[in-house]
Design a protein around this ligand. Sequence first.
Ligand code: NDP
Ligand code: GDR
Length: 381
Amino acid sequence: MAEQKVALITGITGQDGSYLAEFLLKKGYIVHGIKRRSSMFNTDRIDHLYEDPHVENRNLVLHYGDMTDSMNITRIIQETQPDEIYNLAAMSHVAVSFETPEYVANADGTGTLRILEAVRFLGLEKKTKIYQASTSELYGKVQETPQSETTPFYPRSPYAVAKMYAYWITVNYREAYDMFACNGILFNHESPVRGETFVTRKITRAASKIALGLQDKLYLGNLDAKRDWGHAKDYVRMMWMILQAEQAEDWVIATGQTTTVRDFVKFAFEYAGINLRFENEGVDEVGIIDSFDEEKAKESGIDLSHLSVGQTVVGVDPRYFRPTEVDLLLGNPSKAEKKLGWNREYNLQELVDDMMKSDLKLMTKDTYLKDGGYKIMNYFE
Ligand code: NDP
Ligand code: GDR
């Protein structure tokens, strides 16, 4: 029997880490993951994959670690001797990176160097392939569309600048030491387990809560921003394919379609049978209930009688504006389509449906808690 391949995933507790771990376990890998110590359990997304540590020959093993700790990273790589490292760990929130820029440079930028240097220091250059989670945020201020592997970078946040260092140090180690190190330049990808403060999940959670009578209004920032949104499940498959390619290269992974935040809001509410119209501009813009689709609401098992036509359910709060914004992302994935056979299972509508279905189910639990007298928190992040 062929020996099991070993993968090490940094950021295994995050959205992509959890989907990737599941994907690699199904492929027969032994998966090691790095998790951070937290004052509360932080493994919700991978709990369904958890294996009792008292059982021998586990396929999923977790290690405490942090991207800011070189010795820790080096020791884990030495102990696990991975065939593939997926470096997904990062402080990944663009808006938050303006608040914690030095930390982001350390974790997202220098953290990547720590992985590459550990592999070199341990003499694993010929054994260990490395995937670096690069991002469409590198394109930043629009230079050309659609954005491809040859589009110049113009980062617009401390996050993107740190990721730019990570991108180039990955290229440099590949060229200097002949390492199989690749950047996946992934455009936005979402899912039912997307972090709650990224815009799509914030919208699907709020649309669900408003439909169920648990929240009155959703406040957002820039509704004009356009993003190329795909499903995380499709994207983690590509991370693996990038490391199975014949040559180490950098790849754009995107859908080739772009949508405004405003339209994403409309699609999410539509799933719950609520049709919105938007009025006014800038900070005065509001989303108002235009009509109901009773059939749709019934299909989703929702009673909308607490809502009325003309009610304002979406507003703009300037606190969510960013000091410098990325206005438009639209990727050109044709290199990956041609050379790696990249294709997608989910289109935008299917992504919205998947997220809304899941959040409606999740929020329905809150209605029972509310009925039982518990306080329901609405975090306005
Ligand atoms: P998440 O924010 O969901 O997950 C980030 C992961 O990194 C979490 O497991 C987090 O741990 C961990 N982490 C953060 N800081 C540290 C640190 N200092 N040391 C160790 N672990 C740390 O991100 P996604 O899953 O969405 O994204 C995965 C990667 O891909 C990130 O690098 C992101 O920047 C990048 N990316 C994401 C895109 C997207 O649209 N999702 C698009 C392009 C790139 P904890 O759970 O403890 O917080
Ligand atoms: P992004 O994702 O910055 O593209 O980074 P996010 O969902 O945070 O924002 C997308 C766009 O929506 C606008 N927006 C809001 N964003 C948030 N979070 N909250 C709001 O209330 C809100 N209102 C409007 C933003 O201004 C922005 O234009 C994500 C992360 O996963 C990164 O790690 C990754 O690298 C990139 O995607 C590709």
